[in-house]
Design a protein. Sequence first.
Length: 334
Amino acid sequence: MLVLGVESSCDETGVALYDSAHGLLAHALYSQIAMHNDYGGVVPELASRDHIRRVLPLTRQVLSESGRTLADLDGIAYTQGPGLAGALLVGAGMARALAYALGIPAVGVHHLEGHMLSPLISDTPPEFPFVALLVSGGHTQLMLVSGVGRYTLLGETLDDAAGEAFDKTAQLLGLGYPGGPALSKLAASGDASHFSLPRPMLNSGDFDFSFSGLKTAVLTLVRKQGLEHAADIAAAFQAAAVDVLASKSLAACAHSGSSRLVVAGGVGANTHLRERLTREAAARGIEVFYPRLEFCTDNGAMIAYAGAQRLAHANADLTFAVKPRWELATLDAV
């Protein structure tokens, strides 16, 4: 089955072609970071307009690179939610219209399901079941994954997500947008032991998270210290956030009896988090799986892959709707 995947949930337009028999054939991505950087964050109307400009040229690009044509497609997958309503409508409208014109099925994919399954695109994919740490945008969740669509929520953030905390802390330190990569780069030159920051809910006895208190502690520190020690503050923040993420993830594996952990989403690209998890997981006999770095952020490849899994079991559906808010645990199993 040859599936075209379209991602347009926020500030990146991604298109990819996935073949069930031969794997990922081609993918292309356009990031709007430069445009939104002037505003310090994503402007929804600008994001939607830019998706309109990019989605068709990117589709032509992946078809050309793969040597395939529209007539070769067996189905189209698109991000149905969660995300920005206007941005989602661009991808959904394009995918549904194209599918109707070609007489092939289209399926809406949950954005987080795409992230969670993205390590399965790699040459050494994890087997089910596994525990998944989802750290994407405004979401931080721990899931027990028994199969496609078979997800049990173990814990989630009660306020700010890890990615939001990284971005907001970066703003406090005068860094650009998106803040996560810039903060991690600054932290590499700092001393994490120079300042002590809290580890919210580290010993709560459950798998929930909270990062708003950590962000507030950074705000208090910046007001007191100024930006003279910005690198040390960045390092201390990163160490605190990673400490909580790694500890909760490993505890979730022990609780569920899982020997496999998947880490997906933008924060999953953080070098400090990867090193910490890989080292401590190995000591516990747990194998950690990550997406390729280029697939940690939003991309069409993960949507094409997840869509292929769902289209293999889907009935014809002409419903045209997007879901800006959509709980991952409500998905049907395939």
